[in-house]
Design a protein around this ligand. Structure first.
Ligand code: CA
Length: 428
């Protein structure tokens, strides 16, 4: 850790104690002013975005890796992400020093014109999908989630399939429909078949669900043919963001054998707008669950490789005034960590590229109120969730809004992820 992690650091920008974006966070996103303008790279501080392109134009990144690259003028974070860990750390340090209380008379704090231009209220901006995502892989790394699903779908067998404890199971997802938080979700149509029906039928999905997941965004990639070792895997990670992997369970149940989900998950996957770097998460590094049996050598970490990130799911129906917490979980419940996922993904020589998204799979925990999907919360649609206004849900109705939140609790500050939200619209 370094000076940017000091829990006593405060900014000359006012930041509430419960803000997701204190000076210790320094996330990266893409924004433009409401009503139009160029897309720029920004960080977040309190209730403001800070435009890094304007800071670069003013010479505040002179003498750093940024100088002459125009990397903050790009419409996505990909160029910044491809620069690698050393560059990200240098940029983080510059931003941290500009925003500190003691820099209130510094190059940014004391430059009123620049401040007025670069520091913009979040109410006045539109965030954009921050990353041009080339490939999207979805893991299935929560033992509790896989066990719950196994118990529901294969009640007479072992809940976990024989491979599950030996490798991080995954499938290749659909990148084109990864969308920014806040984008509406149109209820999909498809082919379904009830177990007792003689033939499949076509219609609206009646079992729409969310999945609480964390996304890993790849920074610098690896070359084709070159496996990434489990202990070097974090060097390839730019940062994390919340993911909701919307799922049409009735479509999934009928289509998924033998090759896994296809249309049940290809219509929308929501991503939160700010990428939280591994640097910001470093103070919250911790160990994950004990792995038994011991994984094969190429999957064996020698250091703590996960992070203590609180996760929450909120639901708001059309009849509710505010959203209601329906489940909470933690990133460190995951059985397989991101380093193992990357080592496994690349062990064949598969090349990860800048901007690739690796989602964790639904993150459920040990308790009934730690379940990361409606499928589990309602236990295969048998136990409706009762909401404070009297509404009940087994799966999502039109007009429902699901919001995922995540944060690490520090001493007097928290590293938050911002919201990952979406509202269900009726089918087209
Ligand atoms: Ca998933």
């Amino acid at each position: 850790m370094d000076e940017t992690h000091d829990s006593k650091l405060r900014s000359w920008v006012e930041v509430d104690e419960n803000s997701d974006f204190p000076i210790q966070n320094i996330p990266f996103g893409i924004y433009r002013p409401k009503g139009g303008g160029d897309l720029h790279v920004a960080t977040a501080i309190g209730d403001y975005v800070l435009d890094l392109a304007y800071l670069d134009d003013a010479g505040l990144f002179n003498g750093t890796v940024v100088e002459g690259t125009e990397v903050f003028h790009e419409p996505t974070l990909n160029a910044l992400m491809s620069m690698g860990r050393k560059a990200w750390k240098e940029i983080r340090l510059v931003i941290s020093r500009l925003l500190r209380q003691e820099a209130s008379n510094g190059d940014l704090g004391n430059n009123k014109d620049l401040r007025n231009m670069a520091l913009i209220s979040m109410n006045e901006v539109e965030m954009q999908l921050p990353v041009d995502i080339g490939d999207y892989t979805d893991f299935y790394s929560s033992k509790e989630h896989a066990t719950n699903v196994g118990k529901m779908f294969r009640p007479d067998g072992e809940p976990l399939l024989p491979n599950w404890l030996h490798l991080p199971v995954a499938y290749h997802g659909r990148a084109s429909s990864v969308i920014l938080s806040g984008t509406d979700i149109v209820r999909p149509k498809g082919q379904t078949k009830a177990p007792d029906a003689p033939a499949p039928s076509f219609g609206n999905s009646e079992r729409l669900d969310f999945e609480l997941e964390m996304g890993v965004l790849i920074g610098a990639g690896n070359s084709l043919g070159e496996a990434v070792s489990v202990n070097a895997a974090e060097d390839y990670v730019f940062g994390l963001a919340l993911v909701n992997d919307w799922s049409a369970r009735d479509i999934q149940t009928w289509e998924y054998q033998p090759l896994g989900p296809f249309l049940a998950k290809n219509f929308a996957t929501s991503l939160s707008p700010w990428i939280i770097t591994l640097e910001a998460l470093e103070p919250f590094r911790c160990s994950g669950p004990k792995q038994d049996p011991k994984p094969l050598e190429y999957l064996r970490n020698t250091k703590d490789s996960t992070f203590d990130i609180n996760l929450e799911i909120y639901l708001k129906t059309e009849n509710m005034d505010s959203d209601q917490l329906i489940s909470s979980s933690n990133y460190n419940y995951l059985y397989w960590n991101m380093s193992q996922q990357i080592a496994h993904h690349t062990i064949t020589g598969c090349n990860l590229r800048t901007g690739d998204l690796l989602a964790s799979g639904t993150i459920s925990g040990p308790g009934k109120d730690n379940r990361g999907s409606m499928l589990e919360l309602s236990w295969l649609w048998t136990k409706p969730i009762k909401l404070s206004n009297g509404d009940e849900r087994k799966s999502l109705d039109d007009g429902d809004t699901v919001t995922l939140r995540g944060w690490c609790q520090g001493d007097g500050y928290r590293i938050g992820f911002g919201d990952c939200t979406g509202t269900i619209l009726p089918p087209n």
